[in-house]
Design a protein around this ligand. Structure first.
Ligand code: NAI
Length: 721
């Protein structure tokens, strides 16, 4: 039996209730979907500590969330832009550490009852408790994702986590921000127990009482493997672990992300110089990281994606989106099957159509393998797996399409075919159903010419592989209705995507800017640059892979076609390189055909550069300056991105930054092309473009908008933070 004494004061986040001699504190931030740690919540925690210290009738404390799916999602990031100096940020970290120190040393045992997301500061709080119970629900996830924002855990996470789960498991979480699910959390000793959500609260109260009367002792040891014991329990072994971790960070980040190295430093200080020093170092490094440009850009991207979650995709009062319960997918190829595989996982009934049963069968098999992977990783249950597969049906005609709310077309990239398919399916669907093409280049307006109801036609440009890539580019054509746009945006969000809405045009935003960049890489080949020099230079700038490797991945034939379409539409600056033309004509298609710029073994594994491709390109090779390679490719992309904004293809620089980072691999730590212009300065960008244009006119003619901005000393963002 629990008595509420007193419930949360209006506007407060913590509500306390006594369950016998155990105080249960429910964390429930008013008017917010999740709980976050903020200075005001810290003050409320202080009050709880004072109450528990003074009230000798209280023998235990339970911390639990009032939110359906989240324990505490982390620190309140909204306060970060307010921090003006590293000393400011360090002070905040010390305050957080002190608060958790008080919680850890309370007179009574504290039990964290975790259901849902327990992230960042939320997990650090849980680590300061004497006992942790989590639910076995798929929504329960634990992580220290600070490095993803260019930060390090700042409330003792770098000190407490290694003690709890061992050095290697802790580094794995801290240096990558990796999410740990309930079962794994139990395995590594991150939590002490895992239970069904229905009994979480009661069990937590029982455990607090048992800890208080001594009948339960929290386990101190974890189930170490012998090998980790050997490595971790002596300074020499730990030295090896730290060295390996540092090497792995450098390999993954090319030294461009300082936070993982800082986190490593904080953890190591705790081991070599003791606990107190470890905490001090953590706070100091947290302060330093909070002021890095990398962190500013990553925090910007975090805010931008959050803002997009709330953006309906149209200005003004949005109409109501149509709820998509039934989806038709035309084309069961690579993209069609990928789209269907994420749709069934959101409970959508899917009809997957292709031209013959063999192709339909292949599409269904590839959908199954995407869902299977989630089952194998235990991200879904067998029951869910069966349910998802039951939601998809294959067809070679339009049966079942009459009741679809949305049709997504993913047939070959061919205007005539796309128009024919649209004309064919329209009579089979409701007049109000929305129709989207997944084309990556063709203007939606051209496809819509074949429609009786062009107002329902738009683009939903997914990226490959669909189940991994976070972006969806929704393309609104001239006649597209606001209802169709908000429906596509809402459904894209349901599929877990970050959605940007752009206006129609050849290559829209992402394909067009990527094409400008890839084309410049081709021009470099024309001038004799080596394949490795181009790829390593741009990887060094921060792209996940270089442009030539990317071309092999996407398909050289596809890249060639895109180049032609864009050259026709946008003129001389997009004229394809001679090298590209020759490699396409030679029939090399890249990885899928086993022959491209690089060598591939029969399993598709990439080897070194295929030297024979230089004969195809037929140019004398020469060294090109690394800086010039980077500058030419990056500025070609950035200039094109600005043109897209200037022409009204993009609704905002924010969309352009998010689209480039999440769709085409622009380095996140640089924030996106528009943030890049702001950080370098529009005047300097214009200078560099003009210099290049002297040699390569008209490719580098600066966008008008850039010139205006340089002249008026304006930037895209009012506040660069
Ligand atoms: P794919 O070649 O794997 O699949 C196309 C499928 O369409 C084939 O299974 C084909 O049989 C089917 N098809 C042809 N005519 C049809 C018809 N009349 N009715 C039903 N199905 C028909 O091609 P992929 O890669 O899936 O591309 C599809 C679309 O997605 C293209 O427009 C492409 O530009 C776009 N896209 C592709 C990306 C990629 O990385 N592969 C990325 C983003 C967009």
């Amino acid at each position: 039996m629990s008595t509420v004494v007193p419930s949360a004061v209006q506007g407060q986040t913590l509500a306390s209730a006594l369950a016998g001699d155990v105080l249960v504190v429910t964390i429930d931030q008013p008017n917010e979907p999740v709980n976050t740690l903020s200075p005001s919540l810290a003050a409320e925690f202080e009050e709880v500590c004072v109450r528990v210290t003074g009230d000798l009738l209280i023998n235990g404390l339970v911390l639990i969330s009032g939110k359906p799916d989240a324990f505490i999602a982390g620190a309140d990031i909204e306060q970060f832009p307010e921090l003006r100096s590293s000393e400011d940020a360090e002070r905040i970290s010390r305050l957080g550490q002190d608060l958790l120190g008080r919680l850890e040393n309370l007179r009574v045992p504290v039990v964290a009852a975790i259901h849902g997301a327990c992230l960042g500061g939320g997990l650090e709080l849980a680590l300061a408790c004497r006992y942790r119970i989590c639910t076995d629900h798929p929504k329960t996830t634990l992580a220290l994702p600070e490095v993803q924002l260019g930060l390090i855990p700042g409330m003792g996470g770098t000190q407490r986590l290694p003690r709890r789960v061992g050095l290697q498991a802790a580094l794995d979480m801290i240096l990558t921000g990796r999410t740990v699910r309930a079962r794994r959390a139990l395995q590594i000793g991150l939590v002490d127990e895992m239970v069904h959500p229905a009994i979480l609260r009661d069990l937590a109260v029982q455990r607090a009482r048992a800890l208080a009367d001594g009948s339960l002792k929290p386990s101190r040891s974890r189930s170490f493997r012998a090998s980790s014991l050997l490595l971790e329990h002596n300074p020499l072994g730990r030295g090896v672990v730290f060295k390996k971790a540092r090497e792995s960070v450098m390999e993954k980040t090319h030294g461009q992300y300082p936070a993982p190295l800082a986190a490593l430093d904080a953890v190591q200080t705790g081991y070599t110089e003791g606990h107190e020093e470890g905490f001090r170092r953590e706070a100091k490094l947290f302060g330093e990281m909070a002021m890095t440009d990398v962190s500013r850009q990553l925090v910007f991207l975090f805010f931008a994606t959050n803002a997009l979650k709330k953006d309906p995709g149209v200005d003004g009062t949005p109409p109501r989106p149509r709820t998509v319960e039934r989806l038709g997918v035309l084309g069961a190829g690579f993209m069609g099957a990928g789209i269907a595989s994420i749709a069934v996982q959101q409970g959508t009934l899917v009809r997957l159509k292709d031209t013959d049963t063999a192709r339909v069968g292949k599409g269904l098999a590839s959908l199954r393998s995407v869902v299977q992977e989630r089952l194998t990783k235990r991200q879904i249950t067998r029951h869910q797996f069966d349910d998802y597969l039951a939601l998809v049906g294959g067809t070679t005609d339009y049966s079942g399409f009459a009741s679809t709310d949305l049709v997504i077309e993913a047939v070959f990239e061919d205007v005539a075919l796309k128009q024919r398919v649209l004309a064919e399916v329209e009579p089979a669907i409701e007049p109000s159903a929305v129709y989207a093409s997944n084309t990556s280049t063709i203007p939606i307006g051209r496809i819509a010419e074949a429609a009786h109801h062009p107002e329902r036609v738009l683009g939903m440009h997914f990226f490959s592989p669909v189940h991994r890539m976070p972006l969806l580019e929704v393309i609104a054509a001239e006649h597209t209705s606001r209802e169709a746009i908000v429906t596509a945006v809402a459904y894209g969000k349901r599929l877990g995507k970050t959605v940007i809405v752009v206006n129609d045009g050849p290559g829209f935003y992402t394909t067009r800017t990527l094409a400008a960049y890839m084309n410049e890489a081709g021009r470099l080949l024309d001038e004799g640059a080596s394949i490795e020099s181009i790829d390593t230079a741009l990887e060094g700038f921060g792209f996940p892979v270089g442009p030539i490797t990317l071309l092999d991945e996407v398909g050289i034939d596809i890249g060639g076609k895109v180049g032609l379409v864009l050259a026709e539409a946008l003129g001389a600056r997009m004229t394809p390189s001679e090298a590209m033309r020759r490699v396409v004509t030679a029939g090399r298609t890249g990885r899928k055909g086993g022959s491209g710029f690089y060598r591939y073994d029969p399993t598709g594994k990439k080897g070194g550069v295929d030297e024979s491709v230089y004969q195809v390109i037929g140019v004398q090779r020469r060294e090109l300056n690394r800086e010039e390679i980077i500058e030419r490719c990056v500025l070609a992309m950035v200039n094109e991105a600005v043109r897209c904004f200037e022409e009204g293809i993009l609704r905002s620089p924010r969309d352009g930054d998010v689209g480039a980072v999440f769709g085409i691999g622009f380095p996140p730590f640089r924030g996106g092309p528009f943030r890049y212009v702001d950080s370098v300065g529009p005047a300097r960008i214009v200078d560099r473009l003009e210099d290049l244009n002297v040699r390569y006119a008209p490719r580098f003619k600066p966008a008008e908008l850039l010139m205006d901005m340089a002249a008026q000393r304006r930037s895209f963002y009012a506040d660069p933070r």
